[in-house]
Design a protein around this ligand. Structure first.
Ligand SMILES: C[S@@+](CC[C@H](N)C(=O)[O-])C[C@H]1O[C@@H](n2cnc3c(N)ncnc32)[C@H](O)[C@@H]1O
Length: 297
């Protein structure tokens, strides 16, 4: 099955502002697994098993192996994430940038919620193993979501404009240079950034602005949680404020936090869990809520 990619892939330099509609095909020379040939998008009939079942992905992300999880498990997990993230139900009139979109689940969901424009960007996974799922779902859904190979460290407001909603889901802990990336993200965020990431849960000093470092993203034998850098919730919120998000609201803290802190004590190894933050440029609109978690939701 084929799809003309010239309709879909946008080139930043040609597009000013979130509402821009000019598109041009760009083939990424750095792509290791290019799905685009001669301007035609070849869909992966025979490629990965995930391509055949585009919504059955992800069990151990970032290993490059992509084993399939049972469908019920994936559905439950993503339904829960959607519930916790707090993406506005009605996105009519909003433009959306999904950074690190990978399979595109959240890009397609924003399109389903009526967003005027959705741009999905990714780099690492799309260059290696992960674009087939996105493209298969894109075609299956008849989607108008635009996509570009862009590294978040190279996001350029001049090239892609600003977006009402920016999603940074499961990406922060991969960032080689988080502050520089957040500065770029702040420039392209018009209204709301939703950042979901692993946050660090040490036994003590959880409220101190700590960020772990593992060269995890550089290694092929990556261990669980040995991602590049995982911030404590305090580090995350302070970094967001420092880079231009004046209004930072914690909407979710890791579940089973105290159990994990106990494990950290026993194993002398900090644990981690999901944290979700809503960040807005401009002056604070409300007091920080402290977030909710499975223990106190
Ligand atoms: C754990 S996946 C998250 C996928 C999806 N956002 C989700 O939440 O289900 C992390 C994604 O971030 C992408 N990523 C990592 N570093 C990146 C970078 N510097 N620039 C753009 N994308 C990046 C990876 O390629 C991968 O697709």
């Amino acid at each position: 099955m084929r799809l003309d990619s010239t309709r879909q892939e946008t080139e930043g330099g040609r597009q000013k502002g979130a509402g821009g509609r000019r598109r041009r095909h760009t083939q990424d020379p750095a792509s290791h697994n290019p799905p685009i040939r001669h301007g035609i998008l070849a869909l992966p009939d025979e490629a990965s098993p995930m391509a055949a079942r585009p919504h059955q992905f992800i069990s151990t992300p970032d290993t490059g192996v992509s084993p399939l999880s049972p469908e019920w498990h994936v559905r439950r997990r993503f339904a829960r994430r959607l519930r916790l993230l707090g993406i506005p139900e009605n996105l009519t009139g909003w433009s959306v940038l999904d950074i690190g979109a990978w399979h595109g689940y959240f890009s397609f969901e924003c399109e389903r919620r009526g967003a005027d424009r959705v741009l999905a960007v990714d780099r690492f996974a799309w260059d290696r193993f992960g674009m087939t799922e996105f493209l298969a779902a894109h075609q299956r859904l008849g989607s108008r979501v635009e996509y570009q190979h862009v590294d978040v460290h190279e996001l350029d407001v001049e090239a892609i404009g600003q977006f009402d909603l920016v999603l940074l889901l499961g990406v922060f802990y991969h960032l080689r240079n988080p502050l520089a990336a957040l500065e770029r993200i702040a420039r392209v965020t018009k209204r709301l950034l939703i950042c979901e990431t692993h946050v660090l849960l040490p036994f003590i000093h959880e409220r101190y602005p700590l960020v772990s470092f593992f060269p995890g993203d550089e290694r092929t034998d990556e261990q669980t949680y040995d991602f590049c850098g995982i911030p404590t919730m305090t580090a995350l919120t302070e970094m967001l404020r420092f880079t231009g998000f004046d209004d930072v609201e914690i909407v979710y803290r890791p579940s089973f936090r105290y159990w994990k802190k106990f494990v950290a004590l026993v194993t002398t190894r900090p644990q981690s869990g999901r944290g979700i933050v809503h960040a807005r440029p401009g002056p604070p609109r409300r007091q920080e809520t402290g977030g909710r978690s499975a223990e106190n939701a």
